[in-house]
Design a protein around this ligand. Structure first.
Ligand code: PHB
Length: 402
């Protein structure tokens, strides 16, 4: 079979939330795109990810016309509980900053975006293979090109003006930036999260971030009868070695306290161990290639910044590409790395800070008495100070754009 040559102003590698949100925003600006993904739509829809949207992420979905389902099916959360020493300390986001967060799983964000692309006649191709990107460095006579084989086995050569790499932390686009020009920053942590879906009603009205001497636990939610919970574990933990009973006993032991708090329990629908790392690759633009979301950076899940950061990247990228394509201002691309990294590094710090404040830092060590005491000292300082609570609230609900 031969190769079909096609054209798009922007070729988007990766059709997860970042890629599809960008395609949607560019379509509104009259810029055509083709988005491709190696995964099928079903695979993306059924991979559980985080569940918290910043207020600006919620507004982006609603105001740009993706969907207003988040207003109906999502839940506004005006704060969180920080729990340590066996009792809750509420951080009142709304009272401190005027902003809320929204419980709305990433899978729903993806479904809304994929539906919106279908509704608007967008060109999205799932289940492709053999993706190869060439011609992005701006050399004479080069055309940025994305080659792939579509789900029906047809070979396509997509010629573009720009290529966006939104293909996640395991994607290939970030590797296209030459080693001599890129810099990678990362931090590994000696722990991971054990994530479960519990068929039970919510145990509390808001999320509980819990620190205990047994390690961190997060009590999150999904629906009236399905809850998302996590607890800190070692990176090599085998989910199958944990019976439902053992998981629920461990979670309860971590949240136990003098206030008698008890988790609502039920059968466990799913168990996974989530990797945990901080990563940034700079710059986020090389020639005609622009990286967005996890393709450029990863944060640990404490603080739920990953999806929000990806959406902020593409909101900025849509503005910049519109200026480059329609405004006769190709130099706009030069702004992307610095403007995006401003938020990226704030979010890196925030996620690292939330993580190191609440996890057992070296669970393999017999005792880490200094850190144990120091963390509780930090948490007390934070919750007893309005400035401290506001610092957390501003970070959690998200910073204004630059
Ligand atoms: C989730 O509900 O999956 C979730 C919420 C908050 C986090 C991480 C994950 O910080």
């Amino acid at each position: 079979m031969g190769t079909t040559i096609e054209r798009a102003t922007v070729g988007i590698v990766g059709a997860g939330p970042a890629g599809l949100m960008l395609a949607h925003l560019l379509a509104r600006a009259g810029i055509d795109t083709v988005a491709i993904d190696v995964r099928t739509r079903h695979e993306i829809e059924t991979t559980h990810r985080a569940g918290i949207l910043e207020q600006d992420s919620m507004r982006l979905l609603v105001d740009s016309g993706v969907s207003d389902r988040v207003l109906r099916d999502g839940h506004e959360h005006k704060g969180i509980e920080l729990r340590f020493d066996g009792r809750n300390h509420r951080i009142d986001f709304h009272g401190l900053t005027g902003a809320s967060t929204y419980l709305y799983p990433q899978t729903d964000v993806f479904i809304d975006l994929a539906d919106a692309r279908e509704r608007d006649g967008g060109d999205v191709r799932f289940g492709v293979s053999g993706t190869a990107v060439t011609g992005i460095d701006g050399g004479a006579g080069q055309t940025p090109t994305v080659r792939f084989t579509d789900a029906d086995g047809a070979r396509v050569e997509l010629r573009c003006d720009y290529v966006v790499g939104a293909d996640g932390s395991h994607g290939t686009c970030r590797k296209l930036v030459p080693e001599t020009l890129r810099r990678r920053f990362f931090r590994e942590y000696p722990f991971a999260w054990f994530g479960v879906m519990v068929q039970a009603p919510p145990s509390a009205p808001e999320l509980i971030y819990n620190r205990s001497e047994r390690g961190f636990a997060l009590i999150s939610q999904r629906t009236e009868d399905l809850q998302r919970m996590y607890f800190q574990c070692s990176p090599g933990e085998d989910p199958d070695a944990w019976s439902d009973d053992r998981v629920l006993t461990e979670l309860q032991a971590r949240v136990a306290g003098g206030d008698g708090f008890e988790l609502k329990t039920g059968p466990i629908a799913e168990k996974t161990v989530l990797p945990f790392r901080s990563f940034v690759q700079e710059p986020m633009r090389y020639g005609y290639l622009l990286l967005a979301g996890d393709a450029a950076h990863t944060v640990p899940p404490t603080g739920a910044k990953g999806l929000n950061l990806a959406l902020a990247d593409v909101r900025l990228l849509a503005e910049i590409l519109e200026r480059a394509v329609h405004g006769g201002d190709p130099a706009a691309l030069d702004e992307y790395t610095d403007r995006a990294l401003d938020r990226v590094w704030k979010a890196q710090h925030f996620s690292y800070w939330m993580t190191t404040m609440m996890h057992s830092l070296d669970p393999s060590a017999e005792v880490t008495p200094f850190d144990e005491r120091r963390q509780v000292g930090e948490l007390r300082t934070l919750v007893e100070s309005e400035s401290g609570r506001r610092f957390l609230a501003e970070g959690y609900t998200g910073w204004p754009g630059r």
